[in-house]
Design a protein. Structure first.
Length: 202
């Protein structure tokens, strides 16, 4: 007979399991990002979400508020989700690193590696069916590849039991307002929504 552990996440529902993970991370000093951050930005949304959105790392607004994607890029992300009838409350939004990189630089390999077990633990609790990866940093880190986002997007990638769909980061779309990138992002969002609807009804 397989013995169940007497404590730990197996006995907790997703809400309590995520709350326990967030609590355990308080005061984290596993990488150098702890030196400049004000808050750990754990993530927000539904612990039972079938779709998880993963960005790069918190910016200044997120670091100040302790919530992901609350600045300008976050406002665009909310609109992007809205365009495929998804709300921030029904998905879960998080980042590849949970602490703000200084000056909004890209997270470095050692920082991504230090935070990865906590992202995997979160995905293990939520068990999403679809992951929307925002931008090349998140997509390349999640898929452990160096291929450019232009070649990764537009396709389905498997990550554990979930299908991962890469798209452009909303901050990139704000910096590059051309219609071409927006059109591609819109195609990616529709693809993500199609997969979400199909996998939820299975
Ligand atoms: N950009 C990100 O990648 N994540 C955030 O939470 C905010 C901006």
């Amino acid at each position: 007979m397989t013995e169940l552990p007497l404590s730990g996440e197996y006995l907790l529902g997703p809400d309590a399991a995520l709350a326990a993970q967030a609590r355990d991370l308080q005061g984290c000093r596993r990488c150098k990002l702890c030196e400049g951050r004000s808050t750990i930005v754990f993530g927000s949304g539904s612990p039972r979400a079938d779709l998880v959105v993963i960005g790069e790392g918190p910016g200044a607004d997120e670091d100040a508020q302790g919530l992901p994607f609350v600045g300008r890029a976050g406002q665009l992300l909310t609109k992007m989700l809205d365009s495929v009838q998804l709300t921030r409350d029904e998905v879960f939004i998080t980042n590849t690193v949970l602490c703000r990189p200084p000056g909004n630089r890209n997270p470095e390999a050692d920082e991504l590696a230090a935070c990865r077990p906590f992202l995997d633990a979160k995905l293990g609790v939520i068990q999403p069916k679809v992951i929307l990866a925002l931008g090349s940093v998140a997509t390349q880190a999640l898929l452990r590849t160096k291929e450019p986002i232009g070649r990764l997007r537009g396709k389905l990638h498997q990550l554990g039991d979930a299908v991962l769909i890469p798209t452009f980061h909303p901050a990139f779309l704000l910096r590059n307002p051309g219609q071409e990138y927006r059109r591609m992002a819109w195609e990616d969002l529709k693809l993500a929504k199609r997969e979400y609807d199909a996998r939820r009804s299975r």
